[in-house]
Design a protein around this ligand. Structure first.
Ligand SMILES: Cc1ncc(C[n+]2csc(CCOP(=O)(O)OP(=O)(O)O)c2C)c(N)n1
Ligand SMILES: [Mg+2]
Length: 280
């Protein structure tokens, strides 16, 4: 597993993953680029620095568990997995094609390294609770990371799992994509969530609020979370579409593929950003 330790190398990797997201969704003619681009930095921090994983042994029993709850942003998880060596990078272009292992929503029986099937929002934290309980019973040490979205906090099951994790003092670190958007609009208009930190705090969790597009801050938060006993929510303030000007903070890009012209423009912009990172 290639671990990247320099922030600059991690930023370059996040840029590579963003470019893959554009290529995959363009090629498929469908998919969810917006949330995928927004969470590129979190996925990079986990897959290329923080999590203990072995792409050659995806079922290794002591691996850290990465549960993706908001499965529609799987283009970014597939990109991270391919670049980390779980499967060939060229397979990314089969995304959403019939017979592909890379379904539009992840299927854990199809692709080794995918811990849970998802797409039906609101279930990931319950799965993470089950895994954390099993780990405790088995006296194992692996870590459980749960990636969730803000829109999933409209689901009752999410709050049941939040209560359950607090009651059982389960060591789970959840990373929440707080992009302020849910499919067809802004969360604060559709179903206001206001301060997620205050809500989690009231439910007995510890919380850390960060800029979710800053890899240094993400790594710092993960290290801080590790020192805390019980469940921790890292609220990642991200921007939907981060890195592509016309997708940024624009809910129209929740679940729409770029056409040829848009994909070319997006890739050009990401290349400009890449050169800026190289000069740092
Ligand atoms: C149980 C369930 N209800 C509804 C949907 C349809 N749906 C897919 S994505 C989405 C928006 C969820 O918000 P969020 O995950 O924050 O979206 P993003 O930030 O990526 O736009 C909805 C309602 C679903 N997949 N599952
Ligand atoms: Mg959202």
């Amino acid at each position: 597993m290639k671990k990247l330790n320099k922030i600059k190398d991690l930023k370059l990797m996040a840029n590579t993953l963003r470019q893959q997201v554009i290529k995959m969704t363009y090629e498929a003619g469908s998919g969810h680029p917006g949330g995928s681009l927004g969470m590129a930095d979190v996925f990079t921090a986990l897959y290329f620095n923080y999590a203990n994983l072995d792409p050659k042994k995806p079922n290794w029993e002591n691996r850290d568990r990465i549960i993706l709850s908001n499965g529609h942003i799987c283009p970014i998880q597939y990109s991270a997995m391919a670049e980390a060596g779980f499967f060939p990078v060229k397979e990314l272009l089969t995304f959403r094609k019939i017979g592909s292992r890379l379904q539009g929503h992840p299927h854990n029986k199809s692709l080794p390294g995918i811990e849970n099937s998802s797409g039906q929002l609101g279930q990931g934290l319950s799965i993470a609770c089950g895994m954390a309980l099993a780990r405790n019973l088995d006296r194992k040490k692996y870590r459980v990371f749960c990636l969730m979205s803000d829109g999933e906090h409209d689901e009752g099951e999410t709050w049941e799992a939040i209560l359950f994790a607090a009651k059982n003092k389960l060591k789970i670190v959840s990373l929440i994509d707080r992009n302020g958007i849910q499919l067809s609009g802004f969360t604060e208009k559709i179903m206001p969530l206001k301060s997620l930190a205050e809500k989690y705090d009231a439910f007995g969790w510890k919380t850390i609020d960060i800029d979710g597009n800053d890899i240094g801050k993400i790594l710092e938060a993960l290290r801080d979370a590790e020192k805390i006993s019980g469940p921790v929510a890292i609220i990642c303030q991200t921007m939907m579409g981060r890195g592509v000007s016309f997708m940024q903070d624009n809910y129209e890009w929740h679940g729409k593929a770029p056409n040829r012209e848009e994909a070319d423009r997006a890739l050009r912009e990401l290349e400009v950003w890449r050169r800026e990172i190289e000069r740092e």
